[in-house]
Design a protein around this ligand. Structure first.
Ligand SMILES: Nc1ncnc2c1ncn2[C@@H]1O[C@H](COP(=O)(O)OP(=O)(O)OP(=O)(O)O)[C@@H](O)[C@H]1O
Length: 223
């Protein structure tokens, strides 16, 4: 399997802090892997996934995404193009726009990339079917349960058919039964569509879905 992410000598400090928020001598994630990231509050999880997700460029070291040196890229336009091409994001609190329907929320990445809606509608409906929300397209987020809202946000993450899904506590706002259903969906994306999944979680049960768990403490990784 090809390496999708290679990090070496990554170091990050925030302003006026002497300790490293993140210090990673070396890390490789392979295409199609499902990796869980676990660690206590303040251990560096957000710092880590902000760097992986090309949201933070203020760090030292080398980051190769599909063999491309992305640590050298500082232009927002280039970074957002790479994010659109390779990455889908899922968040704990879904980050859906409440005044937009399910359909429009999922189409958002395309609004930014100015693709016409009509050409995308069939694909959006197909993704909605895949995440189990076929009949909810015209509802608003407030009319949906937490689990359904997370399915919408997963559908939004899938719209550009990304190679990698970065999920930041995707079940953190859900009850345990709903969490397991969301994890079944993530596992399906991993197994059937070979998505590379990088997921932060506080739950051992949720982490069991991953092939590999990386623990993080004081900015250092333990595998
Ligand atoms: N913007 C910032 N400015 C200064 N220090 C920061 C900033 N963001 C994070 N830190 C510090 O960097 C370290 C890592 O924080 P980070 O947010 O990555 O942890 P986390 O594991 O995601 O925590 P949580 O589970 O609480 O979200 C902590 O010591 C934190 O205080």
């Amino acid at each position: 399997m090809a390496d999708v992410i290679q990090l070496s000598q990554i170091q990050k400090t925030y302003d006026r802090q002497s300790a490293y928020a993140l210090n990673i001598p070396s890390l490789t994630i392979q295409d199609g892997e499902f990796v869980a990231i676990m660690g206590p509050s303040g251990s560096g999880k957000s710092t880590f996934i902000n760097i992986l997700g090309l949201l933070d460029t203020a760090y030292q070291g080398q980051y190769q995404l599909n063999q491309k040196d992305v640590h050298q890229i500082k232009s927002d336009r280039k970074l957002s193009r790479l994010r659109n091409q390779y990455l889908g994001f899922v968040f704990q609190n879904f980050k859906l726009l409440r005044n937009y329907t399910v359909l429009d929320n999922i189409n958002l990445p395309h609004i930014y990339s100015k693709k016409p809606f009509a050409s995308q509608k069939a694909r959006i409906l197909q993704i909605l079917d895949q995440v189990g929300l076929k009949d909810q397209a015209h509802k608003y987020p407030t009319q949906l349960s937490g689990g359904q809202q997370q399915r919408v946000s997963i559908a939004r993450a899938l719209i550009n058919d990304p190679q990698i899904i970065i999920a930041d506590e995707p079940t953190g706002a859900l009850d345990s039964a709903t969490s397991l259903k969301i994890m079944d969906l993530m596992q399906q994306l991993h197994q059937e569509q070979h998505k590379t999944i990088i997921m932060v979680t506080h739950s051992e049960l949720v982490a069991e879905y991953a092939d590999r768990t990386i623990k993080i403490k004081d900015g250092r990784l333990y595998q």
